[in-house]
Write a protein that binds this ligand. Structure first.
Ligand code: PGA
Length: 256
């Protein structure tokens, strides 16, 4: 974290968990546990149908609501899809784009990620853009190369004003939902490389201001260590975000 230059953001990614009623309950449990968090922003990325309840339950609390996906077109014949404007009208502030599960199971590509980034920015949403390498890529020693490619294509055509509204989440695929976390040094190395890449594209001042999260089995016991690294500005948290006490511990670790 580096609070002098950028915001720390702790975001929960609930994935396909919790019904609308369970959403209200979880947020009611969470609210008192994170009420003292001043130095970090808290975001809950919930399933589409949970959004109205999540917005209602977080009213007056310093918690923003995010979606986990969206379509890049503004409207039209795209059965089953949700547009950026539909999200903003409900009060959604963030949207996860290009999560590795979407790339893996729903055929998302660097090209669609870029289209979604532009559509989200146009609608006033803050994209949380996910990048990450597979275990094979790490073993081959091409992690940084791969991540740089993902970052560059996700940000293609984004100007230096809009880049400040983008959050990048570094999520090594081998660490997601596996209980196997990247070491804080591994996380720092890649988050630092992402910042270098942004610096080359937009200059040092802009690069300094961008929030870069780590995600992949971040939990109540490893969060403080990961967040102690200068280029790790928060977390995108799956499993542990479904447990209010654990998520609150992570938020409070970011609030030091
Ligand atoms: P995990 O998921 O914390 O359960 O590993 C992180 C993510 O997929 O964003």
């Amino acid at each position: 974290m580096n609070l002098r230059y950028r915001k720390t953001i702790i975001a929960g990614n609930w994935k396909m968990n919790k019904t609308p009623a369970a959403t209200r309950q979880l947020i009611e449990e969470l609210k008192p546990l994170v009420s003292k968090a001043k130095w970090c922003d808290i975001v809950l990325c919930v399933p589409f149908v949970d959004i109205p309840n999540a917005i209602k339950a977080t009213k007056g609390a310093k918690i923003s609501i995010g979606a986990q996906n969206m379509h890049f077109e503004a409207s039209g014949a795209y059965t089953g899809e949700i547009s950026a404007d539909m999200l903003t009208e409900l009060g959604v502030k963030y949207v996860i784009i290009g999560h590795s599960e979407r790339r893996q199971y729903f055929a998302e590509t660097d090209a669609t990620v870029n289209l979604k980034v532009h559509a989200a920015l146009k609608a006033g949403l803050r994209p949380i853009v996910c990048v990450g390498e597979s275990l094979e890529q790490r073993d081959l020693g091409i992690t940084i190369e791969h991540i740089r490619l993902q970052v560059k294509s996700a940000l293609s055509g984004v100007d230096s004003t809009n880049i400040k509204r983008i959050v990048i989440a570094y999520e090594p695929i081998w660490a997601i939902g596996t209980g196997r976390t990247a070491t804080s040094d591994q996380a720092e190395e890649v988050c630092g490389a992402i910042r270098d890449c942004i610096r080359e594209m937009y200059g040092a001042r802009v690069a300094r201001s961008v929030t870069i999260q780590y995600g992949g089995s971040m939990n109540a016991s490893n969060a403080a260590e990961l967040l102690s690294k200068p280029n790790v500005d928060g977390g995108l948290i799956g499993g542990a975000s479904l447990k209010p006490a654990d998520f609150a511990t992570i938020v409070n670790a970011a609030n030091q």
